[in-house]
Design a protein around this ligand. Structure first.
Ligand code: HEM
Length: 361
């Protein structure tokens, strides 16, 4: 360990009790093997989450959550407030990159079977975090109160309304009434800046404590190779070696974010008019596109169900299966890897990519 990190540890130890911090940090090592690169995606998602919190707080200084003022307040941020355009643009770009890295992280831990015993709860807390992240995206989209967001929210909440049994209730709960109005904006604002951040904080704390407590997992192939003596068990300390590598990635991400935000500033569009007819080409954010396209392609009637309803039931069941996958694939926890679950992952990834591409045609 180099001199600077040694001095930092010493400084922390003087404040938090002899050896406590050193022990906490030394406990953590990161395995080195041919899949190590995937271990960076959780940290990258965390970094982008921190960017979201910081830029979100800055936007809150000027944003006003009413149908009369919301659009104008965002317009004010991007035209009058010094660097307001940059902060808003970084917030929007980073939100999209964060959803992307969260998906990469989720699929990588899926294919590396990191959900296996004893990491079932790490997986479940991660899935709940993914739903929260998508909730952030859905609720944030409406906040500028522009035409695209207004109609996309109308369509999105309509879909929620088609869910069996609880649909009607869900629609009223999300919209704060029958229609998308100022009441919907107030609710979405509340979800976006209070409910979801609260949930995210609790889930993140749980996720990270579990990761710290259980340590990083080894993919089954590497585990077997080490057990059979075909490969040595190599690892590096998390602090400072892996963290410094993490920081290089975060620094690069910050550069990409700054460049994207400056070269392609996030559009604001036109103010929403509830009485206007929906413009052509209304579509949700890219990470909801695969569901949107599937529901569009389904026939009007599927067996005894309406097409859209059948699609929604299908997606709800698929999400439920995905959340409990560590328990369905419990044999993997004893080293018995079946091709079925890897195939399921390939199918899910392929389905999402193909349906999203079809929607973008
Ligand atoms: C806001 C979203 C998330 C954040 C900030 C986050 C953060 C992290 C971090 C920092 C790690 C340790 C480094 C790594 O393995 O990449 C980790 C590990 C892990 N995460 Fe996440 N995560 C998030 C979402 C998810 C999702 C959606 C899943 C899957 C359902 C998930 C499942 C896991 C698992 C199973 C591990 C343990 C990996 C291992 O031991 O090899 N996480 N997460």
């Amino acid at each position: 360990m180099n001199g600077l990190s040694q001095r930092i540890l010493h400084w922390l130890d003087e404040r938090f009790g002899a050896g406590a911090v050193q022990e906490f940090l030394r406990h953590k090592t990161v395995p080195i093997h041919r899949h190590t690169v995937w271990y960076y995606f959780g940290g990258m998602t965390l970094f982008l989450f921190v960017i979201q919190v910081l830029t979100g707080i800055l936007l809150l200084l000027y944003y006003r959550p009413t149908p009369e003022d919301a659009f104008e307040s965002v317009q004010y941020i991007v035209t009058q407030v010094r660097f307001g355009w940059l902060i808003r643009s970084v917030h929007s770009w980073s939100a999209n990159l964060m959803v992307f890295t969260a998906f990469v992280h989720m699929f990588s831990v899926f294919f590396l079977k990191a959900y296996r015993k004893p990491r079932e709860l790490t997986w479940i807390s991660g899935m709940l975090l993914l739903f929260v992240v998508m909730g952030f995206g859905f609720s944030g989209y409406l906040l500028p109160w522009n035409t695209l967001a207004f109609f996309a929210t109308k369509v999105g909440t309509e879909m929620a309304g088609a869910v069996p049994f609880v649909g009607k209730w869900l629609l009223t709960f999300l919209r704060g009434g029958e229609e998308v109005t100022g009441a919907t904006l107030t609710r979405f604002f509340g979800f976006h800046v209070a409910v979801l951040p609260g949930l995210a904080t609790v889930l993140l704390a749980m996720h990270l404590l579990l990761v710290q407590h259980l340590g990083m997992s080894l993919p089954p192939g590497v585990e077997r190779a080490i057990a059979e003596g075909r490969q040595p068990a190599r690892s590096m300390p998390f602090f400072p070696n892996f963290l410094l590598r993490d920081i290089i990635g975060w620094y690069a991400a910050l550069g990409v974010l700054g460049a994207l935000a400056a070269i392609f500033p996030w559009e604001l569009g036109t103010k929403a008019d509830a009485f206007a007819s929906a413009p052509a080409g209304i579509r949700p954010e890219w990470y909801f596109l695969f569901m949107f396209e599937t529901l569009k392609l389904l026939p009007a009637k599927l067996l005894f169900l309406e097409g859209e309803l059948a699609g929604l039931v299908g997606f709800s069941l698929a999400a439920a299966v995905w959340v409990v996958v560590p328990f369905l694939d419990y044999r993997a926890g004893f080293g018995r890897i079946t091709r079925f679950f890897t195939g399921l992952g390939i199918f899910a990834l392929g389905f999402i990519v193909v349906m999203s591409a079809l929607a973008l045609r």
